[in-house]
Design a protein around this ligand. Sequence first.
Ligand SMILES: O=C(O)[C@H](CS(=O)(=O)O)OP(=O)(O)O
Length: 241
Amino acid sequence: MSEKPTLFTSLSPALLHLYDLTDAVVVIIDVFRATSTIASALYNGAQYVIPVDAVPAAIEIGKKVNGIAAGERDGKLAEGLSHGNSPLEYTPDFIGGKILVLTTTNGTKLLHMALANGAGDIVTGSFPNLSVVCNYLIHKKKNVVLACAGWKDRFNMEDTLFAGAVIHRVKEHFTIHCDSSFMAEGLYAQHKGHLLEFSKNFTHYHRLVNRFGYIDDIEFCLTEDIANVLPLYQDEKLIKG
Ligand SMILES: O=C(O)[C@H](CS(=O)(=O)O)OP(=O)(O)O
């Protein structure tokens, strides 16, 4: 009997160095909101997304590729960028055929950290593209690291819940000896029927909804398969895989 590949969950960027990324598919997870926004932009016809880890670089690259330089810091539009990090901003009319250059507080930084740690096979995941990510992991038959962006190195619930949702669907295909994966799946199994209601307790819900009123974004970001495309990292871009 052939051995199954392994699956691990990194609950924070601060823990990422503990995992071997070199021979694995790394799923970058930032449910609120970077990876939901990336799925939305590609689903609605963006040519591709360039994830960037700093605002000045996003502005410079945006000019060079004649793209839309977008992103935020701490939930607000960052100075010098013309668009934010809301998945609802990237409608087909607006983003169709265009290049999005995106920089965010947690998600795009984590993707660059994964690259610096040797990752060669990177996709981004969120509830809006849950099924396509799971199918990719099953068909690749490679080791997997589910990498949660958290918030400024802290653990968060929404990224952990998404990791749990993936594990719930793919677990028969992997060897999983990882307590964070076990915890993530248990959490998802317990709350999958009422994610929106459950999310009202989360730190990020307070940050995004109570401070900025982004409730529609939260609903989008917790809706499974509403933008079911695979953002695949190739040649410094996220393309539709
Ligand atoms: O834009 C977001 O949703 C967050 C903002 S915050 O700084 O975490 O409040 O950034 P992200 O990198 O998408 O987590």
